[in-house]
Design a protein around this ligand. Structure first.
Ligand code: PGA
Length: 246
């Protein structure tokens, strides 16, 4: 039985006062049967680590460099994230792929660097609306995951995968549980061809996940939790999603 995981993705939102309030409310609402974590903007990692230390809620970042250190202005390394106690880092979020032209290989390299510093990469994959309408969903997500499988080789079982259809992110249009399950099953089969541990790996769903649709999504056999954007900024809503994953 895989334990469910719910991860909040704050994106580029928050400020020190609002974050403190959000985390205090979250801590008061927990604990949950599911594992819970928040991926926050890097400048807040120190605050968040202090606030959540010993509380059971994990934390992480939203991106990391594929490089160890050096002349990469503006980048944050996995080693730095590890120093702040990050358990997770998102890699290959569709906003990074779209706005920063991150390639499948770069995403795979970032996942590898994260693992080298004992941070679990949450590798995001997902198709755009045009790709879905053209019937390319399966090919797109398989291509995205394939780069990671080839780069990580025998370490592949140490990642978390997040299926996030781009057309569902921040749009209020959630994939139906059946649509999501179909892709999750495909991804697990692809992982299964690479590792004997695919059955233990977590595949999260992301894209307009909310308190009122979470339970139906999480009830699907291959959906192991959620990656939650907008709804993770509201303590009561996020707490309800965490409860739904119980
Ligand atoms: P959303 O974002 O929940 O606001 O749709 C999810 C994500 O981008 O991770």
């Amino acid at each position: 039985m895989r334990r469910k995981l719910v991860v909040g993705n704050w994106k580029m939102n928050g400020n020190r006062a609002a974050n403190a309030e959000l985390l205090a409310a979250l801590k008061a609402a927990g604990p949950w049967a599911a594992e819970v974590a928040v991926c926050v903007p890097s400048p807040y990692l120190g605050d968040v680590a202090l606030s959540l230390q010993g509380d059971g809620i994990g934390w992480g970042a939203q991106d990391c460099s594929a490089f160890e250190s050096g002349a990469y202005t503006g980048e944050v390394s996995a080693l730095m994230l590890a120093e702040f106690g990050c358990r997770y880092v998102l890699v290959g979020h569709s906003e990074r792929r779209a706005y920063h032209a991150e390639s499948d290989q770069l995403v795979a390299d970032k996942a590898k660097t994260a693992l080298a510093h004992r941070i679990t990469p949450i590798v995001c994959v997902g198709e755009t609306l045009a790709e879905r309408e053209a019937g390319h969903t399966d090919a797109v997500v398989k291509r995205q995951l394939s780069a990671v499988i080839h780069t990580l080789a025998h370490c592949i079982s140490q990642i978390v995968v997040a299926y996030e259809p781009v057309w569902a992110i921040g749009t209020g249009k959630t994939a139906t549980p059946e649509q999501a399950q179909a892709v999750h099953a495909l991804l697990r089969a692809q992982l299964g061809a690479a590792t004997a541990h695919a059955g233990e790996m977590k595949i999260l769903y992301g894209g307009s996940a909310k308190a009122d649709n979470a339970a139906a999504l999480f009830a699907q056999p291959d959906i192991d939790g959620g990656l939650v954007g907008g709804a993770s900024l509201k303590a009561a809503e996020f707490a309800a999603i965490c409860r739904a994953a119980g």
